[in-house]
Write a protein that binds this ligand. Structure first.
Ligand SMILES: Cc1cc2nc3c(=O)[nH]c(=O)nc-3n(C[C@H](O)[C@H](O)[C@H](O)COP(=O)(O)OP(=O)(O)OC[C@H]3O[C@@H](n4cnc5c(N)ncnc54)[C@H](O)[C@@H]3O)c2cc1C
Length: 507
């Protein structure tokens, strides 16, 4: 973006009617933060959000260290602190029989270890920041279609108070969450898809014992998974995660089962012993995790729209910020370039996204798995703790360490050797288990290079064709499909690229 453009602060009134540099669909973590960063540098940005804030969304609201630091840089720390959320200074983490209770590792510029703010309070802070930066924020406005020009996405059709109109832009960003309309209209396919093995339930308590160091508790042992921590407005959040197989029984006796799980975690039970539940029990029973094709001609996906990992790691909010932070300078740099140059830069960004989040995708999958944590994992943590390197484990949750650095094959083999020497375990069973873990590690590295595509839902093809993005729909519907070892429909990257190439040359 040119220097004189960057000086301009367009503000709401200075915009050419309904024509923007960038349209961002979705005004929560990914959309509002990206719009703020773009608008502050002088880009003409429209944000389109179908909800009228304040409106809650399904999320257990844990904001990790790196995300708090991002909020400080975004300039909204005063508003965040005004929510009454206590920033947690300590973490009490347990995996299997390894437990550590340590201060959160902090880097210069950090403001705390973690915080928990309910989304109907938190998200409006982000949307207000976008509006204050000069973005034109359209609330209660739903995107229902795309505008195409010369084979590119050139805007969106929106419905606002019952009437439809068109907004145009050089780039449309889908920051519209897991059921992204932009992804569907553009025919973006999902890959490396996994079904959840655990369900998630959470609720807020008032009158909890909050006098000690504000501590985030995350305990995963046996078939149990419980977390807790101080939240906004003097509340205390408790989250639990029963295995998906027990969800029907669990749901039938929701209140009792919820409290059984919560009270089976000693530090959480002690904190809420004299407390009363202040909200309903929120929950999600069924979901998929995935990566999605993230960019095409005139469009890009950010946040959950392009990638969703198991909430077990509490990384969605922080990852949305990381993506916005990395995407904004690319958009600003290439917005005035040839469209093909912008598209290429965005496709490169998507490849970065896939590399950057692959490790944490599998971390989420592992912590969110049914059953006990793998046998060597607690030993790896004990070893780190004994060597004064516990921060390496904790920094997984702030995305400051990669999974493959902490639970690497050498670390797993070393832990296994120690367990074998120590004895008292079923050695053949342990060796079989570790063999399986190492094989899985190799498979994951491979699948991150050559993604396994899920078949497009018929509805998605129909939507793409009907919406006038038939190019995408037709391409997707012509893909040769196969099945992978576990019986899922797949298409290899090579097959997909071949079809793409045909499209490009009009074959
Ligand atoms: C059960 C559960 C627990 C979680 N717990 C945590 C946690 O503790 N910590 C954490 O960091 N992350 C957590 N996450 C993940 C986190 O909630 C998401 O990663 C995060 O909200 C992603 O933000 P986003 O902006 O990409 O999408 P979203 O928050 O989904 O926002 C998308 C927005 O787009 C709008 N939109 C959609 N379609 C349209 C349309 N057609 N037109 C206009 N607007 C549209 C929606 O109304 C919505 O406001 C959890 C997720 C789940 C499901």
């Amino acid at each position: 973006m040119s220097a004189d453009k960057a000086q301009r602060r367009p503000g709401r009134r200075g915009l050419a009617a309904d024509r923007f540099d960038v349209i961002v669909v979705g005004a929560r973590c990914a959309g509002a933060s990206l719009a703020t960063l773009l608008a502050r540098q002088g880009a003409k940005v429209a944000v389109v959000e179908q909800a009228q804030f304040p409106r809650d969304t399904l999320s257990s609201h844990v904001i990790q260290t790196d995300a708090l630091a991002f909020l400080r840089r975004l300039g909204v720390m005063e508003q965040v602190q005004a929510t009454g959320a206590r920033f947690m200074s300590h973490v009490d983490a347990r995996l299997g029989d390894a437990r550590v209770l340590v201060p959160y590792p902090q880097l210069p510029g950090d403001v705390g270890g973690a915080a928990c703010i309910r989304r109907f309070i938190f998200d409006p802070i982000l949307a207000d920041a976008a509006a204050a930066a000069g973005a034109h924020v359209h609330m209660a406005t739903k995107v229902v279609g795309l505008v195409e020009e010369d084979g590119r996405v050139a805007g969106v059709r929106v419905v606002d108070k019952g009437s439809e109109r068109v907004l145009r832009a050089k780039l449309v960003v889908g920051a519209d969450g897991r059921s992204s309309t932009i992804a569907r209209l553009c025919g973006a396919r999902s890959y490396n898809v996994r079904r959840n093995e655990r369900t998630y339930y959470w609720s807020f308590f008032e009158g909890a014992e909050l006098s000690g160091e504000p501590t985030f508790v995350l305990h995963r042992w046996g078939d149990r998974f419980v977390f807790g921590g101080p939240a906004d407005s003097g509340l205390y959040i408790v989250g639990i995660s029963p295995e998906a197989g027990e969800r029907d029984d669990f749901r039938r006796t929701l209140e009792r089962s919820f409290m059984d799980h919560a009270n089976s975690c000693e530090p959480v039970a002690a904190t809420i012993a004299g407390a009363t539940r202040a909200t309903k029990i929120f929950g999600i029973r069924s979901f998929s995790t995935y990566f999605r094709e993230g960019a095409g001609r005139g469009w890009v996906l950010a946040g959950d729209a392009g990638h969703f990992k198991d909430p077990a790691v509490g990384r969605g909010i922080g990852d949305a910020f990381l993506q916005a932070d990395a995407l904004a300078p690319i958009i600003l740099d290439k917005l005035d370039a040839q469209p093909a140059v912008l598209d290429r830069a965005l496709r490169r960004w998507v490849r970065w996204r896939d590399r950057e989040f692959a490790g944490h995708y599998w971390l989420g999958a592992d912590i969110g798995k049914a059953g006990a944590v793998p046998t060597p994992v607690p030993e790896v943590i004990r070893r780190l703790h004994a060597n004064g390197r516990t921060e390496r484990f904790i920094e997984l949750f702030s995305h400051r360490r990669d999974y493959s650095n902490v639970f690497s094959p050498p670390a797993v083999i070393d832990a296994t050797a120690r367990l074998l020497v120590r004895g008292g375990c079923d050695r053949p069973a342990l060796l079989r288990e570790v063999g399986g873990l190492l094989a899985e590690d190799t498979r994951r590295r491979w699948v991150n290079v050559r993604p396994v595509f899920a078949p497009p839902a018929p509805r998605d093809i129909a939507t793409a064709v009907a919406a006038g993005t038939a190019e995408h729909g037709a391409r997707v519907s012509r893909l040769p499909l196969g099945r992978d070892a576990s019986g899922r429909w797949t298409t290899s990257r090579r097959q997909y690229d071949a079809v793409r190439e045909e499209d490009r040359h009009g074959a």
